[in-house]
Ligand binder design. Structure first.
Ligand code: KG4
Ligand code: ZN
Length: 337
C-alpha cells in the first residue's frame, strides 16, 4: 500500500510517502523566516504552507518514483496545531484523496509523535513509556497498544519546547530556542546555577513556567531589570536551565518506571532532538535494562513520515472518515482516535 502523508500543523510543511512499510520520501520544509519575528506568526505560516504544499507533493512522488494514481491512501494532520496552518494540509489532503477516489485519514499530530519510534529499524516493544516533548506539548504516557494509551501526566503550563524558546529569547539567542540553548549549554557548567524543578500535584505532570520565571529572576538580579547578559555568562545559564529540564523529565520517568512495568522507553517530539535529554533517557533505560528507541532527528521534529505511519495504523484498524472531517486546534479533541 502506498500512503501519502501531509503535515502542516505549525511551521514545517512536510510530505512523505510510505510504501508497504518502507519510507520512500520524507521532505521537510521549515519556515525559517519566523525567526525574524521571534516566534511563529500564524497567518504567515498558513500562507507559506499554501505556497509549498503542492510542489512538495510533486517532489515527494518523484523521489518515491511513484505516480499520483498509485497512491492508495492519503493521511494529513487534522490537529492539534494552528488552525489556519492545519486547514491547508488537511484540505489539500482531503481534496487529493477525493479526486483519486481513495480513502482519507485525518491524523492526530500528537499520535504521530507518539508512534514515531516505529519509524526506526529497531521497533519499540509494547508496552512502552513514551515522553512526548515538543513546542506545544509535554506528555508522559504508557503506550499499551495501537489503540490504548494511558496518560500519566502533561504540562500544567508551558510546554518543554516553549520553555526552551522563551529562555532562549531572554538570553538573546533567538528562535527556535532549543537548538541554540543546546549549543550554548555545551560550553557551560550545568551545576553553576541551581534552577528549581517544580513539584506538581499529580507527580507525573510537568510545570516549566516557574523554571522560566526563575531564569528571568536570575537575569534581573544579576544584570538589572533591563538585563543584557554578557556573552561569557550565557553558556552557564543555558546549561543550568537545560539541566533543570533534564532533571524534571528524568525524575518523572524514574518514578513511572517504579510504578509501571514497560519493555521500552521512547522519547519523541521536537525537544527529543536535545542531546542532554536523550542521554538522560538512555542512561535511565540502560540502568533498568530496558530497550530504548529514540527516533532519528528527522522524525523528532514535525514531519510527514510519522503522519503517514499513523494514518496507515488508523486505516488498518478499520476506521473510516468522511470528507467533512475538519481541523481542530486543541489537543482535547479527537486525541487517541
Ligand atoms: O515537535 P516540534 O517540531 O513542533 C511542535 O509540534 O511543537 O517541536 C518544536 C520545538 C521547539 O520548541 C524547539 O525549540 C524544540 O522543539 N527543539 C529543541 C531542540 N530542537 C528543537 N529543544 C531542545 N533542544 C533541541 N536540540
Ligand atoms: Zn510536533
Amino acid at each position: 500500500m502506498n500512503i501519502l502523508g501531509i503535515e502542516s500543523s505549525c511551521d514545517e510543511t512536510s510530505v512523505a510517502v510510505l510504501s508497504d512499510g518502507e519510507l520512500k520520501s520524507n521532505i521537510i520544509s521549515s519556515q525559517i523566516f519566523h525567526k525574524n519575528y521571534g516566534g511563529v506568526v500564524p497567518e504567515l505560516s498558513s500562507r507559506a504552507h499554501l505556497q509549498i504544499v503542492a510542489p512538495l507533493v510533486k517532489k515527494a512522488l518523484e523521489e518515491s518514483q511513484l505516480e499520483l494514481k498509485s497512491i492508495d491512501l492519503v493521511a494529513a494532520t487534522a490537529g492539534p496545531g494552528l488552525i489556519g496552518a492545519l486547514l491547508v494540509g488537511l484540505t489539500y489532503g482531503k481534496s487529493l484523496a477525493y479526486s483519486l477516489n481513495k480513502p482519507f485519514v485525518p491524523v492526530n499530530h500528537i499520535e504521530g509523535h507518539i508512534y514515531s519510534p516505529y519509524l526506526m529499524p529497531e521497533k519499540p516493544e509494547l508496552p512502552y513509556l513514551c515522553i512526548v516533548v515538543s513546542g506545544g506539548h509535554t506528555l508522559l504516557l504508557i503506550v499499551k497498544s495501537e489503540t490504548e494509551i494511558i496518560k500519566l501526566g502533561t504540562t500544567i503550563d508551558d510546554a518543554a519546547g516553549e520553555a526552551f524558546d522563551k529562555v532562549s529569547k531572554m538570553l538573546g539567542l533567538g528562535y527556535p530556542g532549543g537548538p541554540k540553548i543546546q549549543v550554548a549549554a555545551e560550553k557551560g557548567d550545568r551545576k553553576k546555577i541551581l534552577f528549581p524543578v517544580a513539584n506538581t500535584k499529580n507527580p507525573y505532570d510537568f510545570s516549566f513556567s516557574g523554571l522560566k520565571t526563575s531564569v528571568l529572576r536570575h537575569l534581573q538580579n544579576n544584570y538589572g531589570t533591563d538585563y543584557n547578559v554578557p556573552e561569557d555568562d550565557i553558556p552557564d545559564i543555558a546549561a543550568s536551565f537545560q539541566h533543570a529540564v533534564v532533571r524534571a523529565i528524568g525524575n518523572r520517568v524514574k518514578k513511572a518506571l517504579k510504578e509501571y512495568s514497560v519493555n521500552t522507553i521512547s522519547l519523541a517530539g521536537g525537544v527529543a532532538a536535545n542531546k542532554a535529554i536523550r542521554n538522560e533517557i538512555v542512561k535511565i533505560a540502560r540502568g533498568k535494562g530496558l530497550k530504548v528507541v529514540i527516533p532519528d532527528m528527522e522524525y523528532c521534529g514535525d514531519n510527514a513520515a510519522m503522519i503517514a505511519l499513523r494514518g496507515e495504523m488508523v486505516h488498518n484498524s478499520g476506521k473510516k472518515f468522511d470528507f467533512n472531517f475538519t481541523a481542530y486546534p486543541s489537543i482535547s479533541e479527537n486525541i487517541f482516535i
